[in-house]
Design a protein around this ligand. Sequence first.
Ligand code: ATP
Length: 267
Amino acid sequence: IEAEGSGLIEKPRVTFAEVGGLTAVKEEIALKVIHPLNNPEIYKAFGKKIGGGILLYGPPGCGKTLLARATAGEIKANFISVGINEVLDMWMGNSEKNLHDLFQQARMHTPCVLFFDEIDALGASRTDLRKAAGRTLINQFLDELDGVKYSNEGILILGATNTPWYLDTAFRRPGRFDRIVFVSPPDVAARVEILRILLADKPLEGIDYQSIAKQSDGYSGADLRALVDLAIEQKLPESLRQGRVLPLTMADFKEALRRHRPTTKEW
Ligand code: ATP
């Protein structure tokens, strides 16, 4: 694993302002990881131990990855994102060393948000080979999380999963993923916010956000993004024909809503 330039470490510009809804989740992250990082002396004076990670769970496409990236953006920290499944395949046979290297990269680039996606994959290994690799990896992972040998100061650890019940309970002990936060599908108000974010820089005419939000019950943030893409596809051919930019209208969204089916209901 290499450092900067390899694409492993990035410095996200996205902030909480670009995450629609999820107010309580943002507050929880601020309290647990952002304030401690920015004001370590206050926390120390109260004898509050800094550290531990947050596990984000919920249906796909509702903003877990976006939140993790925005957390880094909020504090101008570096960001490392790791998909556990991808890592298990890639590191087969040498996982422990690689996992250690990964934490070392984060330690060398503090402040750093270290984000583990699909973290339940560690507990739900399908093949025997993966299971064996998974076991040692879990122990290694717990050691690294505890930060005993090497300090994790300045590292914020976030994990994401669609299926928290598959996660090995050892991960949930104090100092590890000791907070579990539900990243819910957006309600009507949140869908309005997300639509506003997604459409902020688009040419529009007569858009009724409330109406679109009401008609998109069960849509995740990712579904809304797909919806906006469909609306754009709706408008592009005519724009090209006329050789000028035509604004998106409610008619485009009506057609897009007809074509896109929500995904969160299947969870
Ligand atoms: P998965 O479980 O599939 O990894 P996820 O919860 O991590 O899903 P994201 O990858 O964060 O979901 O969301 C996908 C995309 O959907 C985001 O990049 C963003 O464009 C949009 N999106 C999802 N939720 C929100 C939200 N709350 N506010 C704004 N955009 C959102």
